[in-house]
Design a protein. Structure first.
Length: 120
C-alpha cells in the first residue's frame, strides 16, 4: 500500500491500475485508501493493495467514443476506466475529469461540424 501511495504522490495522480500477469485486475485510488484504510485506523504498512482495490476493472478500448466512456462511468458509478488494447493490455486510464476538462473542445468540434455555416 505504501508503494502505491508513493507512486500516486510522485506522479501527482489519484489512482492506479493494478495488474497481474499483464492484465488489469483492479483499481486503487487515494479516496479508497482514505475510506478503507485510514478512516478505520488501518495500517498502510500492513494493508495490501489487493485488499482494498476496486474490482472488476471496467474498460474501454483506445478507439471507443468518449460518450461510451461517460456512459460506463455513469452506469457503474465510477470515475476511472482502464483503456485496454486488442490484447487486453492496459495502455492508459481515462477519468471523469479527463472527459469534463475536454468538454469545451468537444463542444467546439460539434459546433463546427454540425452547425451550418449560414447559421453561425
Amino acid at each position: 500500500m505504501q508503494e502505491a501511495v508513493r507512486l500516486m504522490v510522485a506522479n501527482n495522480i489519484s489512482g492506479l491500475i493494478v495488474e497481474e500477469g499483464g492484465k488489469a485486475v483492479g483499481i486503487v485510488t487515494m479516496k479508497g485508501i482514505f475510506k478503507k484504510v485510514l478512516a478505520v485506523d488501518g495500517d498502510t504498512r500492513k494493508t495490501k493493495v489487493g485488499d482494498i482495490m476496486s474490482k472488476p476493472v471496467l474498460s474501454v478500448n483506445p478507439l471507443s467514443k468518449v460518450e461510451k466512456a461517460a456512459e460506463l462511468m455513469t452506469e457503474h458509478h465510477v470515475k476511472r476506466l482502464a483503456v485496454v488494447d486488442g490484447s487486453n493490455r492496459v495502455v492508459g486510464i481515462v477519468t471523469a475529469m479527463d472527459i469534463v476538462s475536454n468538454l469545451p473542445e468537444l463542444i467546439d468540434v460539434m459546433f463546427r461540424t454540425w452547425v451550418k455555416p449560414q447559421w453561425r
